[in-house]
Design a protein around this ligand. Structure first.
Ligand code: EPS
Length: 382
């Protein structure tokens, strides 16, 4: 199974194609649209979110609410396109000057893309923009629906924003709070401090990043493989997380703390219970050992850098005069941490779904469900 996306932030639309999804899988457009709307929300989001009302257009590969096994083509319209038609036009009529960027922004793809592709910075930033994550959520939500039908649950929470850390818990009421929270935290005091942090950042023309965590439940042991570097499940998840705009770090389970403890305080003792099979007494590994899921929940954390566009910009160099000058300001968010959590949940869903199909190849969803249940029964009977 594979996917491709195309489309620029201010072009006509975002386009996506999924190839290899088994036939007969239920797909709800409403659930995709709900995820797209959730991605648009969150404190600190910029003016673009007031323009867009992201909605998925399903062009092919789905009929009567079920996947057909054919490629699924998807579109998300950019409402902002009407303000950019001349600038982004594909033909010679395009206005290449009025929004030309000659002062690349530190932290973005602007300068490096200009050096690499020998093209105008706008052509780089239009594709590098986090706008692309809207389609990543659309595609991820389709496979997430399939995972849900297999009993897999994915959830996430924000651990910190701008240095303000939230208390965390595994209690059910905590996760209910997370769902209701605009910061995706289950800590009311942290919410208030994050609100203050956001106001201060906005006043100072600053931006905020943060720390996030995604959890995946009900995955059996055996997804991924130890045999090659590019088949290790943690490696694939790490690549997916780091492929999301502004992500600068990823860790699993105990994460960096594992490097500070002795072995007996890190590794998870193995247990066994008749009827349930093998398990672990703890989950410091974050559900992955040897590049394979080990049957415990997959727990990963991510580091999001502050949005690079600053309304009090840093120094840059003018591409023509080579003089030091303040970087350009493109409309942007002050903070997009809760939005990034929605994106991370969905890029994780893609990797998990791909790993499921790698272990349980199937042309139809009923075939997948059968082999999935048989395998889980096998693990329970050991
Ligand atoms: C975003 C779309 C972009 C930005 C932001 C988030 O829209 P526009 O560039 O028209 O404002 O608001 O992306 C960035 C700041 C960035 O640098 O990637 C979105 O759809 O999430």
């Amino acid at each position: 199974m594979r996917f491709l996306t195309a489309g620029e932030s201010h072009g006509q639309k975002l386009v996506g194609i999924i190839e290899g999804l088994p036939a007969g899988m239920e797909i709800s457009k409403d659930r995709i649209d709900m995820a797209l709307r959730q991605r648009q929300m969150g404190p600190g989001r910029g003016g673009r979110m007031a323009i867009e009302q992201d909605e998925i257009q399903i062009i092919s590969g789905v009929r009567g609410g079920l996947s057909t096994g054919a490629p699924i083509a998807l579109e998300i319209l950019n409402r902002d396109w009407e303000n950019w038609e001349k600038i982004m036009a594909w033909g010679e009529s395009a206005d290449l000057d009025s929004r030309k960027v000659l002062t690349p922004r530190p932290g973005h793809a602007d300068l490096t893309g200009y050096l690499k592709y020998r093209t105008e910075v706008r052509n780089i930033l239009e594709r590098a923009s986090a706008r692309e994550t809207a389609m990543r959520v659309g595609i991820g939500n389709i496979v997430r629906q399939g995972l849900t039908a297999l009993g897999v649950e994915i959830r996430g929470h924000v651990l910190a924003v701008g240095g303000v850390h939230a208390l965390r818990s595994d209690k059910e009421e905590y996760w209910q709070q997370v769902k209701q929270s605009k910061w995706s935290v289950g800590d009311p005091l942290a919410e208030k401090l994050m609100d203050k942090q956001l106001l201060t950042a906005r006043d100072q023309g600053e931006s905020l990043g943060g720390l996030l965590e995604v959890q995946v439940y009900n995955i059996p042991a055996g997804l991924g493989s130890h045999v090659h570097w590019d088949r290790k499940l943690d490696g694939k998840l790490a690549q997916a997380v780091l492929s999301v705009q502004a992500m600068k770090g990823v860790s699993f389970g105990l994460g960096f703390e594992a490097g500070e403890r002795v072995g007996s305080l890190v590794h998870d003792p193995i247990t066994y219970r008749p009827g349930r099979g093998f398990a672990r007494a703890s989950n410091h590994a974050g559900g992955i050992e040897g590049g394979m899921s080990n049957g415990e929940p997959i727990i990963l954390q991510a580091v999001m850098k502050p949005i690079p566009t600053l309304y009090h910009p840093l120094d840059t160099v003018h591409l023509e005069t080579k003089e030091t000058i303040k970087a350009s300001v493109e409309r942007s968010d002050v903070c997009a941490v809760p939005a990034a959590l929605v994106v991370l949940e969905h890029v994780v869903a893609w990797v998990i779904a791909e790993a499921v199909l790698e272990k349980f190849p199937a042309d139809s969803f009923i075939e997948l469900k059968t082999t999935w249940e048989d395998y889980k029964e096998h693990l329970r009977r050991l």
